[in-house]
Structures are given as C-alpha cells and as structure tokens.
Design a protein around this ligand. Structure first.
Ligand code: NDP
Length: 479
C-alpha cells in the first residue's frame, strides 16, 4: 500500500518519485511505502497553506468548529480501522490503540473545535484615559512535527489547536508511523476541509522535517520528539525568530512513600512503567521507594511484570505488543547491557521475546526491572524510552526530592503518599511540568502540558495551545 502526501487537498506522491519502506514491527517486515519528501514537497505544501490562509483565518469560528467537529465524528466512525492501522504501524497492542490512541485523537479534535468558541482575549481599562484590547490573531502558516510513540494522538494534539485558531498547517508525522496520518488526510477530505488548510508531508526528519523548520514562511513550529532533535530544531528556528513549542524527552521519577496505598501504587506503577511498552514520554522510569516497603513493592512489581502478556498486538489479551523498530529495540536492550556493566541486577526481563509463527521476526521484549544501580549512572540519567525501570530505596523526604530532581529532564513525576502535607510540599519543589499525586496519566485537556529543564520549552493543552498558535496584538483607544 502506498501512503501519499496530502497537499492542497490532493493525495500525491513525492515530487522526486522516490519512496521509503514502512515496516510492520509486529512481524518485522515491510508492508507499505511512504513518499520520501524533501524541500520541493514542503515548498508546494507551504504555498498551498499560504493560499488557503486568508479564507480559513476569516471564515469564522463557527465554521472552523463545524468542520473540525465533522473530522472528529469521522474519526469516531472509523475507530476500529484507525486502531488496527495504528497497531500495525507502531506494534502497539490493539487494546492500547483502541482505548487510548484513537479515542484521544477524536477527543483532541473535538476539544479544540469547541475550545475556540470559548477562547477570549484581554482588555485593560485605564480609567478616564484609554482602553486597551488585545486581538489574538492566527499566525499564518505553522509547522507541526510529531513522534512515533502516540502517532495520531500527538499529531492531532498539535494540528487541532493550530487549525482551530485559524492557522494553516504543514505537518509531518514520524516516518516510522505515517499510516494513521495518511488515513486522517482522507477523513479531512471527506469532512470538507478546504484545500491547503492542512498539508501533510511524509518522509525523513532531517530532510522533510528540516525543510519545514527551515522554510522562511513557517512562522511557528510545534515539535514533539527527542531532546537532541529539539536542540537542533531550536538552533535552526531561533535565528529566524520563529515561535517555538518544544515537547521533549523525560526521565520521570515515581516517589513511593511507606504511608501510601501500596496496592494502588503497585498496580498503577505497572501501567506507568510498561504502558505502551514504556514508550510514553510520561512513563515513570526511575522508581524511588521508601525503605520499609522497598522489598514488598519490588517483589510484587516483579511478579506483576512477569504476568504481562507480550506478543501478537492484535490479540485483545496482549498487554505489550512490539517495540516500534528493530533499531529502537536494540537501543533499549543496549541500556540493559549497560545497566549490567554499571553494576545493576536485572530482576526480570532484559531479553527479547519470540511469540512464534508469523510474529517470530517482530521486535518484542520482556518488561524489565533493574535494581542496585547508583543514581548517577547513565542508566539512571538517560532516557531509555522502553519497558525498562530501575528501583532505588530512600529513607527521607529530602533524599527522595534530591533524587527526583537529580536529572537534566523535568517532564512529569508521580508521588505516592497519604500525607497531603507531604504531597503538596513535594509538588511545589519537584522539578517537573506535571505532578501526579496518587495517580498517573489522569489527563484533563484544559491543563497546561509540558516540561521544564531539558524536557522542553512552552506549554500545550487548553488555552495555552491557542495562545501559542495566535499572536497577541494590543490596540489602545484614547477616550
Ligand atoms: P525524534 O526527535 O527522533 O523525532 C520526532 C519527529 O521529528 C519525527 O517526526 C522526526 O522524523 C522529526 N525529525 C527528526 N529530525 C528532524 C529535523 N532535523 N528537523 C525536523 N524534524 C525532525 O523523536 P522520536 O520520534 O524518536 O520520539 C521519541 C522522543 O519523543 C522521546 O524522546 C520522547 O520522550 C519524546 N516525546 C516527548 C513528548 C512530550 O510531550 N514531551 C511526548 C512523546 C514523545 P523521523 O521520524 O522521520 O525521523
């Protein structure tokens, strides 16, 4: 099957006529091709977006709401097909794509379709002298670049607020997981999205993605991906004075205190460690446990990790499907090897899984729990982004905080305690954009989402996203 670019309302191959292989990670084989796009395709996409901008930015919020809501309806109507496509493309278990990825993609579009109806701007009254009011105007053509771990989920999380605010978009999904973005472009056609309002260019990050970032007419870039790529993007875009939103990597801590509801903490930690094979930027990968409950927590976590079924992503009973690519699985396994060299003990996992039959060449791996490592080692400092967690004991609240803040990342964190004073004290001091207390991944789309330190710059979600995708202009009227 050939995936096509979506440019000026049409589905087209790359200008160059060249293609890239697209793998099904569950079987380790090529199953489709994507356009190997470059600057010429991006040029066409940007010029279509520029042409569409005057109409889309002035058609009114009701019209934008109507079309976006129609797209959300179509995602809902095609949930099963989209979930199967997502699992085939990324290797993730169908239970994840059908209960998390696709419903959330629909919710993203619907949320921002309605959010724009409620979005206001400020006015400042200078008594007896003047009034200021602020216009929030769409920026123009914006670039949206998303990663492979939650493909349609994160793709729509960016383009929905951009479009709702009246911008025209040139977007690139990850070359590893392009399929649902392609299916989505067909739904946009069906919903009557005017040509050029959204353009989707497929291809390699350093080629197609780089061309989007470098193009002088993309005035803002919203990027989700790795910290190294984010740094490179910022170096390209900053001298061009582009607005930038960067959602980057994480190395998130879970702090488990002895006074918590341990059963709940362990059950949730299984999800926060191994959900989507640990390939969620919000997964907790450093688990700090207060000493009196360390052994109990460790033994039960290991027991439950061993019970997780790994294999055929299309079997509803499977908890963990394949990792996204052979190369990524090798990277994750190399960290397990590193952990051994650094003195860690692999309590469970650390090896590949062969489910047999047609899945024997897929990229499967056992959930892995490691203990006995110093906090400063690479395994505890670098993002692994796979089904691998480390355990470390602590004694005091101060020590736990120091450990939590001891990395260069600051995306999310989880605190397990029944002491509300301790929980709120730590929430204030922990260096992270998101703090979950006695829960994980409870998401309200209105809240600010993003990280500090090397986990990113700026916030997405709710009105934060609409503010990012608009330019404020103050107008002052003298009385
Ligand atoms: P990458 O940084 O490798 O890629 C992200 C996207 O950027 C892809 O579409 C990629 O294309 C593209 N890209 C790569 N190089 C360039 C370039 N020079 N110019 C423009 N675009 C480029 O990240 P991954 O896809 O590997 O995603 C995993 C990372 O994403 C992890 O670090 C994870 O923590 C982070 N992440 C952060 C989230 C957050 O909200 N903070 C949420 C989810 C993930 P291609 O795939 O073709 O290379």
């Amino acid at each position: 099957m050939d995936i096509l670019n979506y440019i000026d309302g049409e589905l087209v191959p790359a200008e160059s006529g060249s293609w890239l292989d697209n793998y099904d990670p569950s079987i380790g084989k090529v199953y489709s091709r994507i356009p190997d796009s470059g600057p010429a395709d991006v040029e066409k996409a940007v010029s279509a977006a520029k042409k569409a901008f005057p109409g889309w930015s002035t058609c009114g919020i009701q019209e934008r709401y109507r079309i976006l809501n129609r797209i959300a309806d179509l995602i809902g109507a095609n949930q099963r097909e989209l979930a199967e496509a997502e699992s085939r493309d990324s290797g993730k278990a169908i239970r994840t794509s059908s209960s998390v990825d696709i419903p959330r993609a629909e919710a993203n579009i619907r949320f921002f379709a309605t959010a724009i109806l409620h979005f206001g701007s400020e006015s400042h009254h200078m008594e007896g002298e003047a009034i200021n009011y602020t216009l929030r105007q769409p920026i123009g053509v914006v670039g949206c670049i998303s990663p492979w771990n939650l493909p349609l989920y994160l793709f729509t999380w960016k383009i929905a607020p951009a479009l709702a605010a009246g911008n025209c978009v040139v977007a690139k999904p990850s070359e590893l997981t392009p399929m649902t973005a392609f299916l989505f472009s067909r739904l946009c056609q069906e919903a009557g999205l005017p040509p050029g309002v959204l353009n989707i260019v497929h291809g390699l990050g350093p080629k197609a993605g780089q061309a989007i970032v470098e193009h002088p007419d993309t005035k803002a870039i919203s990027f989700t991906g790795g910290t190294a790529t984010g740094k490179h993007l910022a170096a390209t875009a900053a001298p061009m004075f582009k607005k930038l939103s960067l959602e980057l990597g994480g190395k998130n801590p879970n702090l488990v205190f002895a006074d918590c509801d341990l059963d709940k903490a362990i059950a949730t930690t299984v999800h926060s460690s191994f959900g989507n094979n640990g390939q969620i930027c919000l997964c907790g990968s450093r688990i700090y446990i207060q000493r009196p409950v360390y052994e109990q927590f460790r033994d039960e976590l290991v027991r439950r990790a061993e019970k997780l079924t790994v294999g055929n992503p299309f079997d509803e009973k499977t908890k963990l499907g394949a990792l996204v690519s052979k190369q990524h699985r090798e990277k994750v396994l190399s960290y397990v090897q590193l952990a051994r060299e650094e003195g860690g003990t692999v309590l469970t996992g650390g090896e590949t899984v062969n489910p047999g039959g047609e899945f024997s060449e897929g990229y499967y791996m056992r959930p892995t729990v490691i203990e006995g490592l110093p906090n400063s080692c690479r395994t505890n400092q670098e993002e692994i982004f796979g089904p691998v967690v480390t355990l470390q004991p602590f004694d005091t609240e101060e020590e736990a905080l120091e450990l939590a803040n001891s990395v260069k990342y600051g995306l999310s964190s989880t605190i397990w305690t029944n002491d509300i004073h301790r929980a709120t004290r730590l929430a204030e001091k922990i260096e992270a954009g998101i703090v979950w207390i006695n829960c994980w991944m409870v998401r309200d789309l209105r809240t600010p989402f993003g990280g500090i330190k090397n986990s990113g710059v700026g916030r997405e979600g709710g009105f934060e996203a609409l503010r990012f995708f608009t330019e404020p202009k103050n107008v002052c009227i003298k009385y």
